[in-house]
Write a protein of this length. Structure first.
Length: 302
């Protein structure tokens, strides 16, 4: 169960808890799309409509790591698996909770009414909000439930549950694995794993990735002074995963991460550009586009 103090903290931060272990939040880019017409890089690169993207997690406080760059409160982090709620109830609860969160936007003068009507009927689920979603033992069924509603799914994992990934009967539309260290020593410094074999498990997930039929992405969250280094080592790890895309992205100094890292740890766009060029050189992947607002670059197979 989620402790009462955690519930209050997350509620104040704009989350709505669904059932015993899930949560939903209205994404920053959903708000930006509704108010100003600005969209997330996922819309530009992958066609995911920002105003129709539902950001959720089936494991709000459960995770295998306490990453230094995480913008969530880590003091509530629990290792293990929550007693699973029914996937259909989670999906229905998240859609309804998000609709209620969006209600206040309907009367906002700058919000297009047609766009708001679309927004309350999400077409994509980003299973990534907090925690490690693959700790939810019925993750495959959850993905399937979203697909039954004609929604696409983006599953973001830290790669520490390779057995869960291997047992997925329903693949997501797009699979992300977060790779935030070029070697084991850096992994322990940056990701603060709660399990002793996290690095080994991550490497197993990278090996497994190429067997997936869905679109595959390796996401690098980069922090100056910690893991923004040795692109050639990252390249070796990436190449064994054979992803369709690579996303080197700057750590953003927001939320709870401000208590753990200095503002100077946030890379500039130029830092990310330089790193992306090195990654391109060592992987053979081509730099396709960049998004300044999110400080992220897209690399694709040539």
């Amino acid at each position: 169960m989620i402790p009462q103090e955690a519930k209050q903290r997350f509620f104040k931060a704009g989350y709505r808890i669904v059932g015993n272990h899930s949560a939903v939040e209205v994404c920053h880019w959903t708000k930006e799309s509704l108010r100003k017409g600005r969209v997330c890089f996922k819309e530009k690169w992958y066609g995911i409509k920002s105003h129709r993207c539902l950001e959720m997690t089936p494991s709000l406080i459960w995770c295998t790591q306490k990453c230094k760059f995480c913008w969530r409160p880590l003091e509530f982090t629990a290792l293990g698996e929550p007693k699973p709620d029914d996937p259909k109830e989670i999906v229905e609860g998240c859609v309804e909770a998000r609709r209620l969160l969006l209600t206040g936007f309907k009367g906002y003068s700058k919000v297009d009414k047609k766009k708001w009507e679309e927004a309350i009927k999400p077409t994509n689920a980003a299973i990534s909000l907090a925690g490690e979603p693959t700790l939810y033992p019925r993750i495959s069924e959850l993905i399937e439930e979203f697909h039954k509603r004609s929604m696409t799914t983006f599953l973001v994992t830290n790669g520490t549950m390779p057995n869960r990934l291997a047992s997925l009967e329903e693949e997501p539309t797009q699979l992300y694995i977060s790779l935030c260290a070029p070697d084991e020593k850096t992994y322990f410094e940056v990701n603060n794993p709660l399990i002793p074999d996290g690095w080994k498990r991550l490497n197993e997930s990278l090996e497994l990735m190429k067997s997936f039929d869905c679109k595959k992405v390796i996401r690098l969250t980069l922090v100056k002074g910690l893991n923004l280094k040795e692109p050639e080592k990252y390249a070796k790890l990436i190449l064994k995963a054979e992803p369709d895309f690579i996303e080197p992205k700057a750590f953003m100094w927001v939320g709870e991460s401000q208590k753990r890292l200095p503002k100077e740890a946030m890379p500039s766009m130029e830092d990310i550009r330089k790193f992306a060029k090195e990654l391109s050189l060592h992987t053979g992947y081509e730099i396709k586009d960049e998004d300044l607002a999110s400080r992220v670059i897209l690399l694709t197979k040539k």
